[in-house]
Design a protein around this ligand. Structure first.
Ligand SMILES: Cc1cc2nc3c(=O)[nH]c(=O)nc-3n(C[C@H](O)[C@H](O)[C@H](O)COP(=O)(O)O)c2cc1C
Length: 171
């Protein structure tokens, strides 16, 4: 894996996050969990390059994000093999099974204690800076609240902003 600078980051984030998807991994190399995510973004905040993600508190991965400030966003590509891993990690919980074992994901630990996978074409290794609560009263469009939250749909997401510390490219 090689590192690139933030200035060399040339992804179309609508495609990369919204369509390709990503694995959000939290925890330590001794104990970690990952889930699929397709909501989030990349930007500039507090004069730092940041990623922001949205995680419902009921996710097992959220427990790992609370235990360790580091997180990684791994992009596996759009091939069939990647789709299978994303579907599995986006529908099963690490509470019930070992996702690494079940998917064949091959963990890789970076020299800076980040966690990614041999299958990832790109990984953003991040440090959490902020976690915020969404509030029902802050929704300006009630349709969004109705469509995405409430009974059977899930809790309001936690908003997590994390500094992008390293960008790793595989190959
Ligand atoms: C395409 C896709 C995108 C998803 N995006 C998110 C997301 O952005 N935030 C979130 O909290 N859950 C998202 N999920 C749901 C979690 O991946 C799913 O609930 C997962 O099973 C949680 O695993 P865990 O309990 O091991 O953490 C997504 C699922 C899929 C299939």
């Amino acid at each position: 894996m090689k590192q690139i600078e933030v200035s060399a980051f040339k992804e179309n984030i609508f495609e990369t996050i919204g369509k390709e998807w990503m694995l959000v991994t939290g925890g330590t190399k001794e104990d970690f969990n990952m889930m699929t995510a397709s909501w989030g973004g990349i930007g500039w905040l507090w004069n730092k390059p940041v990623a922001f993600i949205f995680v419902r508190p009921e996710r097992y991965t959220y427990e790992f994000l609370k235990k360790n400030r580091k997180l990684s966003l791994s992009f596996l590509g759009k091939e069939e093999e990647a789709r299978k891993i994303y579907s599995f990690c986006g529908s099963k919980s690490g509470r019930d099974l070992d996702k690494v074992k079940e998917t064949g994901l091959k963990p890789v630990f970076t020299e800076t204690d980040g966690i990614t996978y041999e299958q990832a074409r790109m990984t953003l290794e991040c440090q959490q800076l902020y976690e915020g609560e969404m509030r029902e009263s802050d929704f300006l469009d009630p349709e969004i609240l109705k469509n995405w939250y409430g009974e059977k749909k899930g809790n309001l997401h936690k908003v997590i902003v994390a500094e992008i510390e390293h960008i790793w490219i595989n190959g």
